[in-house]
Ligand binder design. Structure first.
Ligand SMILES: NC(=O)c1ccc[n+]([C@@H]2O[C@H](COP(=O)([O-])OP(=O)(O)OC[C@H]3O[C@@H](n4cnc5c(N)ncnc54)[C@H](O)[C@@H]3O)[C@@H](O)[C@H]2O)c1
Length: 364
């Protein structure tokens, strides 16, 4: 399929683009490159990269219809894309408390622009179908807030406790309303904690401002980050630190291939105009992605020390607002419905791959 990948230059995006290419798809990356330290995707993969905000409707329309100047002489020239994977977002929970306007504008308003284009009647008239281009949306376990029971399944109440999680929940709501009103088909993925890096060493975490535990701890162990802080040892957990469910980024990338297959299949079943469905159940599919096992912050730090062979100095500071004590996924639904089977089940592999990547980009 010809797939538009927004935020495709970021962590999960780069791995997904690589998996798409390996599976024979033709991706286009659209990314404003503002969230990443270094653009590595075009060094490693031959793909069109359109530098733009996802909410820029002119660029979006041109990209979707293959008329953007950067698509000249590619397989996308003058051809409509067939699916969207929407990763582009601001993702820093703490920053979202300080700058909620940025988060609602970037994550909600720009997503709304994208969905509006996908459901645009004129565009779909040109595509000769009334069914909009389907979309896979990157949501988050943050939409659940403080869970009432563990593991968290897709029926758990969604009560986000930080602005970032709220932006994700609003886009989920848009997708559900658009499913009913415009027949927009979507897969919503609620990732728990993406971790690791590609085993071949081409991609890994590369954010301008890193906030994720594993790269922060590795950077501390390597002496790159002398300012590693952990947020509170007074959480209601066995060792007082937060517990999270880590899932390898390459397994997350694979889930997107399964989502595309599901959406393609749904569209084929729905192509008969007499059978077109606008029911939510038949248009919007929601799945958690995690391994169902949690590790505390202190456990991760200990593992980083063991794997790197270095001490990992840290300072304990106050708890973060909007930080649930424990988040562990039930991923039974994605396995049962679309056959997702994670390849990497061990946290040590995720830390090792991340360590290899960090050493590589820092010339260790
Ligand atoms: N990494 C995780 O553990 C995790 C967990 C849950 C959900 N998610 C979601 O998955 C998605 C990808 O996360 P990631 O870890 O790869 O993040 P990332 O920060 O590495 O990548 C995000 C990419 O989006 C781009 N971007 C941001 N806003 C944009 C805009 N308005 N227009 C165009 N490009 C824009 C950035 O430049 C960056 O390349 C995000 O939507 C995030 O909320 C991630």
């Amino acid at each position: 399929m010809r797939v538009l990948v927004t935020g495709g230059a970021g962590f999960i995006g780069t791995h997904t683009v690589k998996s798409l290419i390996n599976a024979g798809h033709s991706p286009i990356v659209l990314d404003n490159l503002l969230g990443i330290k270094q653009e590595v995707i075009s060094d490693n993969l031959e793909i069109p990269l359109i530098k733009s905000n996802v909410g820029n409707k002119k660029n979006l329309l041109e990209t979707i219809s293959g008329t953007h100047k950067d698509l000249k002489n590619t397989v996308h020239e003058n051809r409509f894309i067939q699916a969207v994977i929407h990763f582009a977002a601001l993702t820093n929970v703490r920053d979202s408390f300080k700058n909620p306007i940025n988060y609602f504008r970037n994550n909600v308003q720009e997503s709304l622009n994208l969905l509006e284009i996908l459901c645009d009647k004129e565009l779909n008239f040109k595509r000769k179908t009334s069914i909009p281009i389907p979309i896979v949306f990157s949501s988050s376990c943050s939409t659940y807030g403080i869970p009432k029971k563990l593991p968290i399944d897709e029926n758990s109440p969604q009560n986000p406790i930080n602005p970032y999680g709220k932006t994700k929940l609003i886009v989920e709501m848009l997708l559900k309303d658009f499913a009913k009103a415009y027949n927009l088909k979507s897969v919503i993925f609620r990732y728990f904690n993406a971790a690791g890096a590609s085993e071949d060493g081409f991609f890994g975490e590369n954010r301008k401002i890193e906030t994720h535990l594993i790269p922060l701890a590795i950077n501390s162990a390597l002496g790159i980050n002398k300012n590693f802080k952990i947020f509170g040892l007074d959480h209601p957990t066995f060792d007082g630190s937060c517990i999270r469910d880590y899932v390898h980024v390459e397994d997350i990338a694979e889930a997107h291939l399964l989502a595309l297959a599901k959406l393609k299949n749904e569209i084929m079943c729905n192509n008969n105009p007499n059978k077109q469905s606008s029911s939510l159940e038949e248009n919007c599919f929601e799945y958690n992605i995690g391994l169902g096992k949690g590790f505390s912050v202190l456990e991760i730090i200990k593992k980083v020390e063991d794997i790197t062979g270095h001490n990992c100095p840290y300072e304990i500071i106050e708890k973060k607002e909007g930080d649930p004590a424990i988040l562990i996924a039930s991923s039974n639904k994605i396995t049962a419905e679309i056959g997702w089977k994670p390849k990497y089940k061990k946290i040590d592999e995720m830390i090792l791959h991340s360590y290899n990547w960090i050493k590589k980009i820092n010339n260790f």
